[in-house]
Write a protein that binds this ligand. Structure first.
Ligand code: HAM
Length: 430
């Protein structure tokens, strides 16, 4: 688990702010759910999955109830849907920590954060397209390099059960020589073998029959509609018949966004898919659903956001008070005025010398130093210094806010601002 502190946390602010903007544009409202749930809630997402069976942080509360720290966001949101029964379609986004007892390494942590969405109440393939386009669009906006979108369909549960029988049969026969661990997996969860990274199992797995060939007619038509929608938007994707995501709830569409900027073992910046039966298994009315989660740590690493944002000024102005000890009334007022006008402004505290205040101004990452000094005050002006170039100008005190706003405020291009929204794929600028 890790701390996220300034200045690196500016990258997090950027990711969350951009995600909130993209999600709001597509009609998603923020959902905040508890970090703890009854363990039962998470068991429903897959008793046999690694995350639930081996990685969950479980505890007993003072009343003896079995609780678990959220290992992933979908179960919590679907639990909230079942509990509150909002009118479908219900579209929400979230930013939340998740806990998994994994082996920590670069891009893999025991507490990680996700931004994501869940949309419940519509089985329409156009909603799959919307979700995938949202996940892809935010990665493009953030500048994730070497992005690949992998797409698969898990089919409907009935057809999948028939396929699992065929698959198990193949793996039993073809993998009889592969040892106890392999044979155990064939019996418990043969689907999970499809995306194995064990080199000695690959040959057998690669020859296995594919789920895509066993989809029922409705699931196949749905899958084709999703692909047609993505093509219409000009979003490139690759069919990945052996993409099996780590939860049992998936039905039909599944997808993953990978980047070549991260190590192969954790190169997924995000993933998601449909879970048309999950609400029912939690005791709710039959309600189709789809969503995705993107790992914030991985987005920040892959897009190199900490370095990219570190060159952006953190403040617009740093007020340097040269009016002498005990007379900082003007500094207090100027600072309040700048902040009320929407400018980002700070000052030094603790009666620092003039030299000390300028040093603090340089360190603060501000774009301009604003000096209040007796001679200039007598002339009704202040000194404004560009902290990057050292150039100074005298600005009339009443015009200070306007002067700074023209250079730093809304409407001016502020270097720290998020990139403007990406144009929709396939749509050219006027
Ligand atoms: P997931 O694939 O387990 O899906 O996680 C989504 C993303 O979270 C991953 O692609 C990765 O970027 C990030 N992530 C996962 N585990 C870690 C970790 N230990 N350290 C750092 N980052 C990690 C889900 O959680 C599903 N709830 C997604 C979903 C939403 N499906 C439907 N709706």
């Amino acid at each position: 688990m890790h701390d996220v502190l300034p200045p690196a946390s500016a990258a997090w602010e950027h990711v969350v702010a951009r995600f909130a903007t993209h999600a709001a544009r597509a009609g998603y409202g923020l959902a905040v759910t508890p970090m703890l749930e009854h363990t039962e809630v998470f068991r429903r997402v897959g008793e046999d999955t690694e995350v639930v069976a081996k990685e969950m942080y479980e505890l007993t509360d003072r009343a003896g109830r079995a609780l678990a720290l959220r290992p992933e966001g979908t179960a919590s949101v679907v639990r909230a849907y079942v509990e509150h029964r909002p009118t479908p379609p219900w579209k929400v986004w979230y930013v939340a920590p998740n806990f998994r007892y994994e082996r920590p390494q670069r891009g893999r942590y025991r507490q990680h954060w996700q931004v994501g969405v869940e949309a419940l109440g519509a089985a329409d393939a156009a909603l799959d397209v919307e979700c995938i386009a949202l996940a892809h669009g935010i990665c493009v906006d953030l500048g994730v390099p070497g992005l690949r979108l992998l797409l698969n369909s898990m089919g409907d549960p009935e057809a999948r059960a028939a396929y699992v029988a065929v698959l198990r049969d193949h793996l039993r026969r073809a993998g009889a020589h592969l040892g106890e661990a392999f044979r155990a997996r064939v019996e418990t969860n043969p689907l999970r073998l499809l995306d194995t990274k064990q080199p000695e199992w690959l040959e057998v797995v690669e020859r296995a029959p594919q789920l895509a060939e066993h989809l029922g007619p409705d699931a196949l038509a749905h899958f084709e509609a999703v692909q047609a929608g993505l093509r219409a938007l000009g979003i490139p994707f690759e069919l990945a018949p052996r993409l099996v995501r780590g939860f049992d709830y998936y039905t039909r569409t599944t997808f993953e966004l990978q980047t070549d900027a991260l190590d192969a073992a954790q190169n997924a910046v995000g993933g998601g898919g449909r879970y048309d039966r999950l609400a029912e298994t939690m005791g709710g009315p039959p309600t189709p659903g789809i969503g995705f989660g993107l790992g914030i740590e991985r987005l920040v690493l892959a897009a190199g956001l900490v370095d990219r944002l570190s060159t952006h000024p953190r403040l617009d102005a740093f007020v340097v008070d040269a009016s002498g000890p005990g007379t900082d009334r003007e500094a207090i007022l100027v600072l309040a005025e700048l902040r009320a006008a929407g400018l980002r402004a700070d000052r030094a505290y603790g009666g620092r010398s003039l030299k000390g205040q300028w040093r603090a101004a340089d360190r603060s990452g501000a774009r301009y130093g604003v000096m209040l000094a007796p001679d200039e005050a007598a002339r009704g002006t202040v000194v404004v210094k560009d902290l990057a170039t050292g150039a100074q100008v005298e600005v009339p005190r009443p015009g200070l806010v306007g002067w700074l706003q023209a250079r730093c405020g809304p409407g001016a291009t502020r270097a720290g601002d998020p990139a403007p929204g990406v144009p929709a794929p396939g749509v050219s600028a006027p």
